[in-house]
Design a protein around this ligand. Sequence first.
Ligand SMILES: CCC(=O)OC[C@H](C)CC[C@H]1O[C@H]2C[C@H]3[C@@H]4CC=C5C[C@@H](O)CC[C@]5(C)[C@H]4CC[C@]3(C)[C@H]2[C@@H]1C
Length: 407
Amino acid sequence: MAAMAGTTWTSFVKSIASFNGDLASMTAPPFILSKASLVEFSAYWTEHPKLFVAPAKESDPEKRALAVLKWFLSTLKQQYSSRNEKLGSEKKPLNPFLGELFLGHWDDPEAGKTELISEQVSHHPPVTAYSIINEKHGVKLQGYNGQKASFASMTINVKQVGLARLHIDAYDEDYLITLPTLHIEGLVYGTPYVELEKSTIIQSSSGYFAKIEYTGKGWVSGKKNCFNATLQKVGSKDILYTISGQWTDSFTVKKGKTEVDSFSHKNNPTTPLTLKPIEEQDPLESRRAWAKVAVAIDKGDYEEIGMEKSKIENAQRELRKKEKEEGKTWERRYFSSVEKDSATGKLLDLAAKYSVSLGVPAVTLDDPSKTNGIWLFDEKKYEGVKSGTREEELKAAVEKVEAATAH
Ligand SMILES: CCC(=O)OC[C@H](C)CC[C@H]1O[C@H]2C[C@H]3[C@@H]4CC=C5C[C@@H](O)CC[C@]5(C)[C@H]4CC[C@]3(C)[C@H]2[C@@H]1C
């Protein structure tokens, strides 16, 4: 098998060299395929619910902004390195079909219930939108992301397009979070892993501004996944706090030279996500929709993987064709694509103005046409699902997909 994998892997890496930028379209050898669909990745934002709700408990706006920065930094290990831990290397996620859903929640004694809604709002290009809500503390994270990939010198470079926005009800405060640029190293050895690069910005409507610089291998320490972060106030050059360490391990928070806080993943296990049993899931929910492909991947049966995947992909092609003929588009269940909305616009302007004045790369919301628009959570649609008034519409949508998949 190793020899087989070796040759397959070499030819696979060669094939990447000529790929057209759409990662999802690549057919990778079975051992690099993950059973998880990309629509599941939204869950990586809140596997530490206590940290997610902590900002709502800070009445001091500076400490609130620091709590948001600490939560954001705690998500990076899960986002960018959890497959290495669980599966031995980065893997290729399943490419979600349009309308694919990933719904769950986290229960934490202190944080209460945090609900996850993730939906594949675009297939060409792949774009995932999500809304993560903790009612008890009035904290919600909403956003969307797509990826633009390129290949150079045995490395896959991935620029993320989209944004994440955290809202804290009690203070009517927004935090705009830009998404890190990453690259995949280790391809040539068949053990791909993510390294983050450049910097990201968290800009709050309260005027605080965090900048996180991903420095990769530390010069002195030689440790991987290093970063340096600072928290400042708009218009002031004073550094209020600095945070540094490894986003895959631990970091410390300093005010001036004094250490005031720290975080380590060793002492902070993640909270498991609660999902419905597969048989109770909606047919459009990811784990149910891909169940047969997951079995084939476990078996490493290339033929069966291909056969089960193409059933889903052909059904999708048929649905798109029919919609085109009828002049219709697929109704997203929870999200709508809108022009730059006021809150995002206000934050972007604030961030752009401030970041330019400090010479920090201006925060730009990448061209929305690259993600088929700006995707925002639609409260009305959400209420419609919860109250059951959209029952007929949702049932009809599921029936269309099932009819198309049947033959
Ligand atoms: C097509 C080439 C191929 O399959 O190479 C196999 C290798 C596993 C490398 C390519 C895949 O690597 C995966 C890493 C994925 C990103 C990981 C984390 C995030 C954060 C999340 O919030 C949004 C999604 C994002 C950016 C993932 C996007 C998809 C990535 C790059 C996978 C690559 C197909």
